[in-house]
Every structure is written in C-alpha cells, then in structure tokens.
Design a protein around this ligand. Structure first.
Ligand SMILES: *[C@@H]1O[C@H](CO)[C@@H](O)[C@H](O)[C@H]1NC(C)=O
Ligand SMILES: *[C@@H]1O[C@H](CO)[C@@H](O)[C@H](O)[C@H]1NC(C)=O
Ligand SMILES: *[C@@H]1O[C@H](CO)[C@@H](O)[C@H](O)[C@H]1NC(C)=O
Ligand SMILES: *[C@@H]1O[C@H](CO)[C@@H](O)[C@H](O)[C@H]1NC(C)=O
Ligand SMILES: *[C@@H]1O[C@H](CO)[C@@H](O)[C@H](O)[C@H]1NC(C)=O
Ligand SMILES: *[C@@H]1O[C@H](CO)[C@@H](O)[C@H](O)[C@H]1NC(C)=O
Length: 559
C-alpha cells in the first residue's frame, strides 16, 4: 500500500510540477553541482526503485529505503550515471541485467544488503566500474570467473560476508591480476587495486590451500586492506591467521578395515570398524546388501587429523544380519569403500542357513504410528512410534518412493531409532512412504502418501538458477540452503494445515473408537496441493466407515 501511495504521489508530482527532466521523486532531494545532478533518497519507505528517474543524473544514492531487489534494467534510462550507492537496503536479489545501460558507471556500493549471490556477468555492462563495495552482505560463494568482467577495478570489498572456501583461480583468472603481474616492477604502469577480504568465516582445510598461498604472496599493485585473514574452522585451525597455518593438498578417501571377516555368535553385539584417510573430511555411509543403512548408529571419531574411524554397531545379532557390510567414504574428489563380511556362528542351527524371512510373532500385529513430523524446503522428516514386545531389538524397514512406481527404496533402520529424513524431494510429485516392522511388507495404516508443492515461483526460479551456477562452478563448496521442492510458504502452511486437520480428525477418531487405532492413518492421496487440502478433509471420514479394520497387505500390491 505504501508503494502504491508513493507511486500515486510521484505521478501527481510529475503532473503538478513542470513536466520534463528537472523533476525530483517525492521524498528525495535533487541537487546540482559542478559534477552534475545528484539524487538522494534517505530513509524513505519506497521499497522499490522509482520508475522514471530523470535521465540526467550523474549520482544516485538510495539508502535505508527497504529496497529488496535490483530488477532488470533498473537504471536503464539514466545513461550518464557514474555513482550508484544503494547501501543499507534489504536487497536480496540482483537481476543479471540490472546494470544494463550503465556504461559510464564507476562506483557501485551495495554495502549492508542481504545478497547471498551476485550475478557476476552483470558487470559486462559496466566496463568502467572502479569501485565495487559488497561489504556486509551474505555472499557465500565466489565462482572462479566472478571477476572476469571487472577489468578496471581499483577497489573490491568483500569483507564481512559468508565466504568460507574459494579457489585462488578467482584471482589468477582475473584479467586485472594478470596485467598487474606482467607489469610487476614497472611502477606507474598499473594503478593499485585494493582488496578487502577479511571477516569472512574462512574454512582452512585443504580446499583453501591455494587461496591461503595467494594471500600470503600478494604484493603491490594488489594490496590487501587487511592482510590478517583469519580461519574460523575447522576446530584445529580456528582463530589462526593465514600466515600461521600450513595446509596440505586434498586427498581422495582411502577406506580400510582392521577386520574384514567377522564371525560372532547369535545375539552378540557386533561392532564393525572402518578407517578412512581423506582430506577434507569424508562423509561415510554404510550399506548392507546394497541398501543404505541410514538408521543404524554409526559413530565417527577422529583418529588423527586426516583419519576418521566409523563404527557401526549392530545390537543383538539376528540371522538376518548376516551378510556383507560396505563402508563407503566420499569427499569432493572421490570415493572409496571397503566391505566387511559378518557371519554368525552357532552350532545349534542346521546348515544351510535359511534365508532371512519375516518372523511371525506377536509383533506381527504391532501397530506402527507414522507421521510427517517436519517439513523442510527439501523434504520431510518422518517419525514413527511402535509398541512392540522387545523395542531394543525391533528394527524397521522404510519403503520410500514415487507413489506410482512399483519399486520402492528400502531402508533398514536399527532398533531405538524412530525418525528418518528425506531431503531430495522433487516438486509436484506424489510420494508414498511406509514404515514396517522388521522386513514385513507394508500394510494399510503404515503408509503415508504426500505430494510436494507446485513448481517454484519466478523469483525463486531466478535464485535457483543462480545457485545452480554456483554448484557447477564451485563443486568444492557447501551449497547454501536452497529453495527446491515444496516451496512457497503459502503451500507449506496449506500442507501444515492439512496435516494438522488430519491429525485432529485422527484424534477425534481415536476418541470415538477407543482402542481401535488402525485405519486412522489414511493416505493423503492428492494430485495437487489444493487436492491435498480437500482430500484430507473428506477422505478420512469416508474411509473410516468402510475400511476401519486393518486389512493386511492392501498396500502390498505396490511392490
Ligand atoms: C560517458 O562518459 C564519456 C566520457 O566521460 C562522455 O563523453 C559520455 O557522454 C558519457 N556518456 C553518457 C551517456 O553520458
Ligand atoms: C571369511 O572367512 C571364511 C573362513 O574363515 C572364508 O570361508 C570366507 O571366504 C572369508 N570371507 C571373506 C570375505 O574373506
Ligand atoms: C549389547 O549392548 C547392550 C547395550 O549396549 C548391552 O546391554 C548388552 O548387554 C550387550 N550384549 C552383549 C551380548 O554384549
Ligand atoms: C565412486 O566413484 C566412482 C568413480 O570413481 C563413481 O563411478 C561412483 O558413482 C562413485 N560412487 C559414489 C557412491 O559416489
Ligand atoms: C558362516 O558360518 C557358518 C557356521 O558357523 C559356516 O557354515 C558358513 O560357511 C559361514 N559362511 C561364510 C560365508 O563364511
Ligand atoms: C545350543 O545347543 C546346546 C546343546 O547342544 C544348548 O545347551 C544351548 O542352549 C544351545 N544354544 C542356543 C542359543 O540355542
């Protein structure tokens, strides 16, 4: 409403004041000096860049005005513009064409905004840019070719951002740096270039080696505003200055195991150990017969700076636990794995051992209460609760996959664990997830079907593109939290609402029906988020009448 009001007033002023180039947007002041005309807008709540800024301005300063975006060709008509100061706004997004038409721009100051990334190719349009101030933003990546189009810079400020790992190629690929290197010693040939890179959370592991060496070797005409850059991680290097740390080159993981052939009696606790040497630290996961064991408790400890031990504990061995366990370690360079054979010794059972089969026991009728406990931008967290005779020994199987796909991924979860997160959902996709006891097939009441949100909005799409570029260019970097599936907040709240509603109905149902809790876990079958709402309101009622009793195997046709 404010923006509308301001827009009306601006329009009015345009009509009331003499039409022509000498108007000044409302709330701003315009001055003339020997350099040219300047526009100054301070602490107005304009929220967006005024349209129709007269074209004869040399300097524009819009500060503390709650700007959130630099749209395409924002200042296109202000072709003479040389100084653009947009400090202390709330800009999160800069369009790749936002600097279009600004061929004479020499200063761009964006201090104190909320940029997490900058479309660096935008600077193609500003070949004369000398000063670029991005201090106090939230930049967390600097792609290798970020500076490619900044060939006339004399000052680049990236201090107080979120940069943690960058490669030295950012600078060695910079044409300006290459010229400076050639002109080294011939004073006066090139002007100095001041770089501000301090106060970023530098992660001093092997990935930063090149950059740390670059910083140590920097010499005029490149000048660091503050050459005391400090590591903020990993723990062993935190708070050390760059010149105090010695970094080694990165190394692909190498996995090994002290024991690769283990035989234990039935009912024993097994501990499988895998040692991984890698730089930087690897992520380690265990798999059993090619299925990833994400739920078993694997404990990681650092043996030395480059070696991690991962221990997988399998409590009270069952026959079904026999087999080949594989420990796989990954870092950005590669992966490595080692297999450990686990056998169960017992003189009491007759050879050959039977294959693992579902054991029919009183657990067969145990009830599994499953729900979506949390939604994140990428996915969901499931939680379940089961009353079984022996909770310390009951393991679960999660069956997860697209609803219409007969093949589901099966994930085995160890005893005592009752949640599991999926983090790579696709948008507008219908999924089914079931939690079963041991290796039983899924039954009705043990499954949830859900649909992820519609495709992302245009604004998110643009950010996402930026982030994808980042992923491709900077493999070595942690990718900032993205904005993928199940996206907009509106949709989330819709789903939340539905889940709430469904939960409430469920509780209502429980109250009415006392102990019979089966069948209250109706699948949320929906083809869209709107459908999700509607279905969750209607279906449980309808279905509760007809399908209240648990009918074993009704979900099994999917497999
Ligand atoms: C850009 O600057 C040059 C040299 O200072 C000047 O001749 C030219 O008119 C300027 N361009 C515009 C569009 O004002
Ligand atoms: C483990 O040892 C048994 C006998 O001790 C042998 O038969 C089996 O092949 C070994 N397995 C592996 C994977 O080394
Ligand atoms: C297995 O581990 C559990 C818990 O750590 C312990 O209570 C139990 O005694 C162990 N069993 C054996 C056979 O060592
Ligand atoms: C491990 O690396 C190989 C190539 O070296 C690749 O083909 C394979 O997909 C990788 N596996 C994983 C789990 O990343
Ligand atoms: C596992 O142990 C049983 C007896 O304890 C033995 O018969 C069998 O060959 C072993 N299997 C492997 C793969 O070592
Ligand atoms: C194995 O057999 C022996 C006698 O053959 C018996 O005493 C023992 O209880 C049995 N153990 C198990 C776990 O069944």
């Amino acid at each position: 409403m404010d923006a509308f009001y301001v827009a009306i007033r601006i329009t009015l002023v345009f009509y009331l004041v003499t039409p022509g180039s000498s108007t000044c947007p409302v709330g701003c002041s315009c001055t003339d000096d020997n350099l040219g005309r300047s526009l100054l807008c301070m602490e107005t709540s304009m929220g967006q860049i005024p349209k129709d800024i007269p074209e004869d301005f040399i300097k524009i300063r819009i500060e503390k005005c709650h700007l959130t975006e630099l749209p395409r060709a924002s200042f296109f008509q202000v072709r003479a513009l040389e100084f653009l100061w947009l400090n202390f706004n709330e800009i999160t997004l800069m369009n790749i064409k936002s600097l279009e038409g600004l061929a004479n721009l020499t200063e761009l100051r964006l201090q104190g905004n909320k940029l997490t990334s900058v479309p660096w190719t935008a600077f193609q349009n500003t070949p004369k840019l000398k000063i670029l101030d991005l201090k106090h933003n939230r930049l967390d990546v600097l792609p290798e070719h970020a500076l490619r189009h900044l060939t006339a810079l004399t000052y680049l400020d990236l201090s107080f951002n979120q940069l943690s790992v960058i490669s030295k190629e950012v600078f060695t690929n910079w044409p300006l740096y290459q010229t400076a290197e050639k002109a080294w010693g011939k004073e006066g040939l090139v002007s100095n270039v001041v770089l501000a890179l301090h106060d970023n959370p530098w992660l001093c592991d092997c990935r930063l080696k090149g950059f740390v060496e670059f910083i140590r070797g920097v010499s005029p005409p490149i000048i660091l505003m503050n050459s005391y850059l400090m590591c903020s991680g990993p723990a062993s290097k935190a708070d050390k200055f760059f010149h105090e740390v010695q970094l080694k080159t990165c190394m692909k993981p190498v996995a090994s195991a002290p024991e690769t052939n283990i035989t234990l009696p039935l009912g024993a606790n097994a501990t499988l150990t895998c040692l991984v040497k890698a730089r930087p630290d690897p992520t380690i996961h265990w798999s059993y017969s090619l299925k990833i064991i994400r739920g078993f408790a694997a404990k990681e400890t650092h043996i030395d700076e480059d070696t991690v031990a991962s221990q997988l504990v399998i409590p009270s061995l069952h026959l079904a636990d026999r087999g080949l366990y594989t420990c796989t370690a990954n870092n950005f360079i590669g992966n490595s794995s080692i297999s450990i054979a686990l056998n169960i010794s017992s003189s009491n059972f007759s050879a050959p051992l039977p294959p693992p089969v579902p054991m029919l026991s009183s657990d067969e009728n145990a009830f599994v209460d499953i729900r979506i406990a949390k939604q994140t931008v990428y996915g969901v967290t499931l939680e379940w609760h089961a009353v079984t005779e022996n909770p310390a020994e009951t393991w679960f199987t999660i069956h997860f996959g697209k609803y219409d796909s007969p093949k589901k991924e099966m994930i085995y979860i160890g005893p005592g664990i009752n949640s599991y997160s999926v983090s790579d959902l696709l948008p507008v996709t219908k999924y089914e997830v079931c939690v079963t006891l041991k290796n039983h097939p899924p039954r009705e009441g043990q499954c949830i079907v859900f649909v992820t949100g519609n495709d992302i909005s245009e604004m998110e799409q643009r950010e996402r593109l930026i982030h994808i570029i980042v992923i491709v260019l900077a493999m070595v970097l942690a990718v900032p939290a993205g904005m993928y599936a199940c996206t907009t907040e509106a949709r989330f709240s819709c789903v939340d609402h539905c889940v709430d509603l469904w939960r409430r109905q469920r509780m209502h149902g429980e109250n009415l029906q006392g102990t019979d809790r089966h069948g209250t876990f109706d699948s949320l079958q929906a083809a869209s988020d709107e459908g999700l709402c509607r279905d969750s309101e209607e279906k449980p009622k309808k279905r509760r009448k007809s399908e209240d009793k648990c009918k074993g195997g009704s979900a099994a046709h999917l497999y």
